[in-house]
Structure formats: C-alpha cells, structure tokens
Design a protein around this ligand. Sequence first.
Ligand code: IPE
Ligand code: IPE
Ligand code: MG
Length: 248
Amino acid sequence: MPPVAAPIPAPSDPSDGPRHVAIIMDGNGRWAKARGMPRTAGHRRGVETVRATVRAAGELGVEYLTLFGFSTENWKRPADEVNFLMGLLRQYLRAELDTLAKEGARLRVVGDRDGLAADIVDMINIAEERTRANARIHVSIALNYGGRADIVQAAQRLAQAVALGKLAPAAIDEQTVERHLLTRDLPEPDLLIRTGGDQRISNFLLWQSAYTELIFSPALWPDFSKADLEYAIAEFRRRERRYGAVAG
Ligand code: IPE
Ligand code: IPE
Ligand code: MG
C-alpha cells in the first residue's frame, strides 16, 4: 500500500464486496514506542481505532467485520500488558454495547472462552444476547483465538462423534469441518487486512482464509483510518479471484 497521502481510488460498487473483512490489528506497541510512551498507551489508542473502524466499515457496506483482538499466543506477553488488555476489553464491552446495539450491530466473540476471566465471559454472553437480533453489521472479535486451536477443537469434537458412533469417518468433508469451527456462523473472509507492516498471518483464520485476498497496510493500528480501509477495499475490487480456475 502507498503512503497515507496517496489518492484514494475512485469509489466502486459495494455489491462487489467485500462482504466480510477481517483485520489483524497490529502495531499498537510500535505506535507508542515511537512517541516515547508505554505500549499500553498504544493499546488505549487502538481501542479508539476499533470504534472508528466499526463505524467506517458499516458506512462502506461491509456486512461482516472480524477483528483479531488477542491471540492464543499473546499470553506470552508480560502479565502487566495482558492484564491491561483484559481491562481495556472490559471497558470496551461496557462502553460500546449501547452504541453497537443502537447502530444495529450484532456482536460475537470467537475464541476459547475457558481461558478468559469469568466476568469477561459474562459480559460477552450479555453482549451477544443483547445484539442477537441485529443484522446491519456483524462485528466479531477474536479473543483468545488461534487458527490452529480452532481446527484442533473441531477435530476433537468430530473424533468424539465418531467414537460415539454418531459419525462415519468417510462422511467428514469440508462442510463438516467448517460447521465445527468457531466461525461457523460467519461467511469466509473476502479480504484480510494486516496493519503494522508485517506480512504474516500469525495464526489468525487459517482454514477460513484459504482464498481470502490479503492486504498488508503499513499503517500502525492506532493510525489506521477510514481512508486506509477504503483504499484496501478499492484494491480488493481490482483483484481477480480465480479459486484455482482459469481467468474468466
Ligand atoms: C496489536 O499490537 C495488539 C495486540 C496484539 C493485542 P501489538 O501490541 O502487537 O503492537 P506491536 O506489533 O508490538 O507494535
Ligand atoms: C497478531 O499480532 C495478534 C493480534 C493482532 C491480536 P501479534 O503482534 O501477536 O503477532 P506477531 O507476534 O507479530 O506474529
Ligand atoms: Mg504485534
């Protein structure tokens, strides 16, 4: 992606998608470091970007927005930082639920809830329940989420069904696996954006992104703007998705 000052390509038709945009929100720590601030200051600013991005995605006609908030590997960070992130999550859920509910957003959390504090799990359940009937935009936050862990838990549940004689191994196909993933209620992501300049997946939606278009933005997450999102969407619309077939 060019620098932020580059002209935004002409707007294109929302019916061209992307329906589902997934984002690896990376670069909070570097944003803070560049300003001589603690990493936590970057996370705090990152929450502002989450708010702005949810709004911008809705305005741009995105139906599903999935944000990587905390990975199964992020527990390796210093306890202070992990605690701060969990505190921010509590604040976000407390402060944003009304707005999300009013704006017609349906909130979901994907990830292993067993690893999260009980009060956070309660808040998640309340938020999901309260926004269940909304459909203007589906906002999913991946928390304690790992792509490999998701595939492993699906495999365990399928193995259990086989052991109980409820499922024949030969009956397992891609749809069966998909139905057991934590993302089973979401379509596959059309566009995956990673901010922060690194070009890797870091264990995000491994199965689900088999044919997802990838865009790496140099913007650090606290600096990511609606213009950057529009730019990524315009770039997505220029791509030809072939799914292994011959160009049409
Ligand atoms: C992303 O920013 C936020 C989370 C992973 C929770 P980082 O904290 O990874 O910031 P950098 O990559 O160190 O700059
Ligand atoms: C990916 O970012 C996870 C989230 C954005 C939540 P990381 O900062 O954890 O990824 P690595 O360590 O650079 O691969
Ligand atoms: Mg990072």
